[in-house]
Structures are given as structure tokens and as C-alpha cells.
Design a protein around this ligand. Sequence first.
Ligand code: ACO
Ligand code: KIV
Ligand code: MG
Length: 518
Amino acid sequence: MRRIDFFDTTLRDGEQSAGINLNTAEKLEIARQLERLGASVIEAGFPASSPGDFEAVQRIATTVRNSTVTGLARAVKSDIDTSWDALKGAEQPHLHVFLATSPIHMEYKLKKTPDQVVDIAVEAVKYARSKFPLVQWSAEDAFRSDPAFLVRILNEVIAAGATTVNIPDTVGYASPQEYGALFRFLKENVRGIDRVKLSAHCHDDLGMAVANSIAAIENGADQVEGTINGIGERAGNAALEEIAVALHIRKDFYNLETGIHLNEIKRTSELVSRLTGVMIQPNKAVVGKNAFAHESGIHQDGMLKNPETYEIITPALIGAAKEPLALGKHSGRAAFKDRAITMGFTVSDDQLNEVFAEFKELADKKKEITEDDLFVLFTRQQLEHTDTPIYDLESIQVQYGTNNVPTATVTSSTPEGETVSVATTGAGSVEAIFNTLELLVKGDVHILDYQVSSIGKGRDALGQAVVNLNFNGKQLTGRGIAQDVLEASAKAYLNAINRQLVRQSLETQKELAVETVN
Ligand SMILES: CC(=O)SCCNC(=O)CCNC(=O)[C@H](O)C(C)(C)COP(=O)(O)OP(=O)(O)OC[C@H]1O[C@@H](n2cnc3c(N)ncnc32)[C@H](O)[C@@H]1OP(=O)(O)O
Ligand SMILES: CC(C)C(=O)C(=O)O
Ligand SMILES: [Mg+2]
């Protein structure tokens, strides 16, 4: 049976979504889960883009063993060298190098003639192959490129040693029929195309990314690229879970295999949603909370008589139906560790002891510990473990009354090691908190977006706040969780700031290390 490889770019193109920034611990958790999901290739980041991305790619490359790990590079020697340093520890070092081929990108963005673009692409692929056994070359904005020029440059990069060639619809402009026809045309006209892997990479600007990816498969693509939950730049990328499930449910029609473990889909989707802070729309295909909810009487009647009347996918197929062991204040470490592993976390014994103590404290406060509560405990422990001096919220007090001006008082330790108390007012309680934190934090902060939601069900559910802000010119997302949404909001604000402080400290350490070597 013909096999389609799944190339997951959640950690690279997915992270390019406005407002998402994942640190190394978060990226590693997602990468491990993608490995369990059965992704053939995991694009872990863009090593030359920042020290943080370099570190994440390097950690993932040396940790993941059952998926090929790759990183993105421009057709520039220094990007390729940096990527080699990040990826050389991988089981099978793989580089993804790209260069735009459409007239508009070549003329206005690259300021190069088509001849120069061919030369640069060939040189980059040859140089990459002198280091990497596997090199994927992507023709950025391929769909808006001249097909004859695509044939020419693909002939050349394949001759130069590319092992995969990718034909992206970078701006999500294609229709399924046109995108499929382009793949058929390239299959028929490019020299040596059957010796390399042919890949499709679609964006969802017109809502056709999944349909276009499947059209490419129908016309000869060996690999599809996309992200979990379809996250990505602008309207996002093709949602890999939708492609995998569509190929499985319509196996009668497509007769293809993918290597994707479908029962890991739900867990992967939730992990990505929670770590990126990007909620899944309830009616989203496959992983939306309503994807299996039957609400109307006629549908419910049909379901009771025969579930197949209205259900073409079962929750069990994507791993959504498994009932976990209940955890509460009487539970011990064994069940707790088992649940951590089931939920996709990798915890050392020391980490486990630390989180277990927090779990017991929470279990004393709450009737029922839900999977959402546990998720918060595991991620908080992993994400806030840092030696970098940061802001650490000690207490918060908010005075609110319909006839008073809301006032917040915050006490926090600062990166300088002092404990500071600050108070000020705002139009509402949240604004008072944010205004107070603005006085506390050294630097320029602007709030861009703010959302609160409850985690789990019931009156004692935890509150989650997500704050998207600009700190000294950097766009950052912070999350905070607490029993009270006001405390969660303050924590989310400081979490965003602290993430940047940790990132800066990492960059300084890297620079010092380079200076020492030189
Ligand atoms: C379709 C895609 O998703 S492409 C991937 C997009 N992802 C990202 O851009 C995220 C990571 N990017 C970054 O961190 C930064 O853009 C960097 C580190 C790569 C480069 O930063 P800077 O050196 O400041 O350059 P800047 O981003 O302003 O401009 C990009 C430069 O790369 C050039 N460039 C763009 N694509 C390529 C390519 N594939 N190969 C070679 N050069 C390229 C541009 O023409 C521009 O060159 P110019 O400065 O001579 O005009
Ligand atoms: C870097 C390339 C593959 C890309 O993301 C695109 O063209 O959309
Ligand atoms: Mg893309």
C-alpha cells in the first residue's frame, strides 16, 4: 500500500502564528508527543533565528529518535552552518532549506533574477549535502511561480542532491483542482522526481489547505506538511490531524497508509492548544469539543438506533474516549506518575516529588482533581523551573466596589532580588492590576490581548488567564492559573515578562560562550 509521510511543522510554521512563543521545555514536550503520534518528520524550529530556537532544535534533535528531526534555513551558508550545529546530534540529520521562486518574491523580496535564484538554490543544496545526509528544498510561493521555471529549478536542485522537494502554496491561494494539476505536471516533467520525495505544504487563507493537501496526494505527493490544530502564520497551515483522519475514514477511496497513530491525536491536539494558548474552536473537525456532540432530537434518536446514522468518526479513534484512573487526595505517587506519562509528560523522580506535593495541596482544596488541573500542575512545574532571576508574585490585593475606584496592591520579588510593594488604580479590577504591574516591571509594556477562561468544570474550577503583550518591542504570551481569575491575570502578565527575561539570559549565556571560544 502506498505510504504518505507526515511532516509536522507545528514547532516552526505553527510557532510563526502571531502571539505564540514556546520555550525549550514546551517545544520538547510537543516534540515527544509528535514522535508518539508517528510524525515522519518533525520540524523543530529555525536554528539561525534565535539562540532560544537553536537550543530547542538541538535538544529535540538529540532526544527524539523515532521521527526525523529537521530545522529550517535560508539559502545562506551561515544559516546552514548554524543548523548543522543544532542538528548534527540527530539520528539522521535533516535540513530544510528554502528559497522563493515566484516572480513577486524574486523581484521585490529577494531582489534577484531567476538565474541568480537558480544559482543560489543549487549552491545552497550542494553545501547542505556536504554536511547533511537528508536535504529538503522548498520553492517558497511555488504555487504562484511560473511552472516552467519550477521545472527548471527542480531539475537543478535534484541534480545538486536534494532528497525531498517541497511545493508550498505559501499564501493559501490555490484551489484543490489547480494544486493537484501542478503536482501532476511536475511528476510528468521534472527529471529524477521519482528518485526524491515530493512534498505538499498548504496554508489556509481561503480555507482550502486540507483539501489542497489531499489533492496533492491524489496527484503524486509522497509527503504532506502541516501543523496540529492547523495553527500557523495568518490563517494557519493544513491541520495534520484532519488529513490523517480523512485518509483513514476514506481508506475505501484513498487506499493509503500514513504511519500516524490516530489514537494519539486528541492528546497531541490538547497539548498543543494548552502550551500555545491557542484555543480550538468547538466545531473544528476531528478535535473540536463538539466534533462528536449530537444535540438535536432527530440526530439523537438516530444515534440511539444505530450510531452510524450520524457518526462517521468515533471519539475512540482519536483517543478521546479513554476513562483515566480517578486521582484525588488519597492517590499515591504510582498512579500520579502513570497519569503524567499517559498525559504525555516526561518527569524525573525529583520533578515528580515536587509536583506531587503541589497536587496534594490542591486535592485538599478541591473536591475533584480533573485532568485539566493535572495538566496545569505538570506544565507549571516544567515551565517555571529556571535559575534566572525573575519577578515572583508574593501577594495581590484588589479593592473593588461599585462606588469606589478599583485599586490593586501587588507585592513581588524582582530580578534584582528586592521585595517591592506597589499600588495604583484602574478603570476596573484587571486594569488596576495591569497598571500596578506596569509600575513594578522595569521596561516598556503594552497589553495586546487578554483572555480569561475556566479550566475544568464546576464552581471550584481553576481560572486561566492568557495575556499577550509587547515587552521592550518583543511580542510575548503569558499564562497564569489560579483559583481566582484576578490572581491568574497577574500571574499571566508576569509569566510573559519572565519568559522574556529567561530568553534574554539564555542569549547572554550563549554570547559569552561564543566569546570564550573565540
Ligand atoms: C514562508 C515562510 O514561512 S519562510 C520562514 C519565515 N520564518 C521566519 O522568518 C522566522 C525566523 N526569522 C528570523 O528570525 C529573521 O527573519 C532572520 C534571523 C532569519 C533574519 O533576520 P534579518 O537578518 O534581520 O533579516 P530580515 O528578517 O529583516 O530580512 C530577511 C532577509 O533574508 C532574505 N531572505 C528571505 N528568504 C531567504 C532565503 N530563503 N534565502 C536567502 N535569503 C532569504 C531577505 O531577502 C532579506 O534579505 P535583505 O536583508 O538582504 O533584504
Ligand atoms: C518555508 C516554507 C516551506 C513555508 O513555510 C511556506 O512556503 O509556506
Ligand atoms: Mg508555511
